[in-house]
Design a protein around this ligand. Sequence first.
Ligand code: FMN
Length: 404
Amino acid sequence: MTNLLFQPLELPNGTVLKNRFVKPAMSEVMGDAQFRPTEALNHLYQRWAAGGSGLLITGNVMVDATALGEKGNVVIEDDRDLPRLRNWAAAGSRNGAQTWVQLNHPGRQSPKHLSAQPVAPSAVPLTGDNAFAFNPPRALTVAEIHAIVQRFATAAAVVQAAGFGGVEIHAAHGYLLSQFLSPLANVRTDQYGGALANRMRVIEEVYHAIRAKVGPAFPIGLKINSADFRDGGFSEADSLQVIHRMADLGVDLIEVSGGNYENTMVQGSNRGGAFFIDYAAKAKRGLTTPILLTGGFRSLDGMTRAVANGETDLVGLARASALIPDLPHRAAIGQFDAIDLTRLSTGIRALDRRVGSYIGLSYYEMQMARLAQGKAVRVTRNAWIPLGYALRTQGPSFLTPRRA
Ligand SMILES: Cc1cc2nc3c(=O)[nH]c(=O)nc-3n(C[C@H](O)[C@H](O)[C@H](O)COP(=O)(O)O)c2cc1C
């Protein structure tokens, strides 16, 4: 049965992924001070490509240097960094792997130390425990929305010129495009707000603008939340409609995820299996566009069953890939069964509650940095190790929430 995971998948446009293992986007925070990709990224992607995944999706690459999600983001505004991007693409194309670049704009989820006043669909501030870290946004004008749409298209054209295999539009996790989808974050009364057809308009425009630049053969993926899990927010029914509409338009791959800074479902818990599997199964009904399900996969058996049962076509392994970069290869030779993704602990419960999500991020960032340096990962349950790492590499600003 495991063999299923090693079967190639042909996307509707003819692109073939060599197997069903995907390393989804994990922000590597390895861009330099000019937001350029670095050698570290080349090493990391070379390592992941050698590890056997069919598809690697980069951590979010921003389309506007004045709208960052975090320090260390790579930004693509034009082709000035093409030589460096070529090296990154080449590293991620070894061993039959493909690397796609995830394109993102954070909208209101650009933290205070990076944005005095972020932009968003509407001037609606974040709520919840992480809200303190973000300045209230101002609403985008229609002209600014059009300019952002063009930024996505420009970045995608550069990605293609650099030799990457595709792009993924990030419309999940509460970033700008996901904010447009949410009736709570988007209270516009123009053509970009109100009915779902209006709230998703910007995503359609981003897709069309990219497609016009890259042509029919270049894969365009979409990462979308199954729901935001907030009353009155982006619902599962909305999400299913968006998926079907985008599939009709010609999106090549749909990645299913969930949550945002107001409701951090993204990293889920260690108790159940894949977090959004029921939704993925629903999404697959009547859809020929392949689905990539990300979040919570831990056992080979769980992954195999999800594909065998037709609940997903591809399995996304983010944290697992940071801990076991050659997981597909190990699975192929019978040396991988399951991974334990238990959360780390400082030993102080109140502190764990307060800094739990930063610990998680720092832990995986630390592993990616180690992989890039050619070192082995450092598996531990002791949260003080990644906390120390974050303090050394980022100073106290690491305590600013950066992503869900
Ligand atoms: C350190 C870290 C960085 C992440 N960065 C991104 C990102 O840039 N874009 C994105 O769509 N998801 C990002 N995610 C979320 C993952 O893609 C994935 O949805 C999540 O970790 C759940 O999958 P898993 O259970 O396999 O880890 C990140 C996750 C981690 C742990």
